[in-house]
Design a binder for this molecule. Structure first.
Ligand SMILES: Cc1cc2nc3c(=O)[nH]c(=O)nc-3n(C[C@H](O)[C@H](O)[C@H](O)COP(=O)(O)O)c2cc1C
Length: 200
């Protein structure tokens, strides 16, 4: 199933077609394709080119490690994400190599995750990012050292049939996609002043 964004101005097809479904097909992701997703993440921009991201990844056929990530998810997410082909946890390094705090570490990790997601869409895959997981548990289960923070979990897979979902999730899967208008968040000159090109 596709669910293209009803965009109010022309945007790239990859962006229009990206969305966060909860229905996944059984198919596993070839290793070479997985490699491309993380290669895309690798080329994200970052403050001082610090590249503060790490991804802990497990494919569904690696049951032990897949279950370790699955076990960190809140129940709601685990219910649908267990059908994904791969799970990941995006982790940020909190300090620069020099030791001073990197206040953009989360931002850069998000940028890498978005590039991974766009590459996934280009490869016919979908991703669904999740804040609903236990970062402390992830630190314990994977031995993530101090100075690194788990930021979000990501389910990755080939898109599935919404009819495979329980009723409530199917409804959400089929619901229209909504966004604030651009005029709400593009300002100029002073806080609260909408830029003229962004006015509706
Ligand atoms: C950082 C982040 C955390 C999210 N956490 C969850 C989550 O825990 N569970 C969930 O079902 N969806 C989660 N989502 C998905 C959002 O709900 C979704 O991106 C948003 O509703 C917009 O829909 P779209 O991605 O299909 O455009 C998360 C997305 C992001 C980026």
């Amino acid at each position: 199933m596709q669910k293209a964004a009803p965009a109010a101005a022309p945007i790239h097809e990859l962006i229009r077609n990206r969305w966060s479904p909860r229905a996944f097909n059984d198919k596993l992701i070839p290793a070479a394709v997985l490699r491309s997703l993380f290669e895309a993440a690798r080329w994200a921009p970052s403050s001082s080119n610090e590249q503060p991201w790490t991804f802990i990844v497990a494919t569904r056929d690696d049951q032990e490690n897949f279950d370790k990530i699955l076990g960190t998810l809140v129940e709601f997410n685990a219910g649908w994400a267990r059908h994904s082909a791969a799970l990941a946890i995006a982790v940020s390094k909190l300090n620069f190599e020099k030791g001073n705090p990197n206040r953009n570490a989360f931002y850069d990790t998000g940028a890498a995750s978005v590039l991974l997601t766009l590459e996934a869409v280009g490869q016919g895959l979908v991703t669904h990012q999740m804040a609903g997981f236990d970062p402390q548990k992830a630190k314990e289960v994977f031995g993530i050292p101090d100075g690194f923070e788990p930021i979000a979990a990501i389910a990755i897979g080939y898109p599935g049939d919404p009819n495979s979902l329980p009723d409530k999730l199917r409804e959400r899967e089929l619901a229209p996609r909504t966004r604030k208008p651009v005029s709400d968040f593009v300002m100029t000159g002073h806080w609260g002043h909408t830029a003229s090109f962004a006015a509706q």
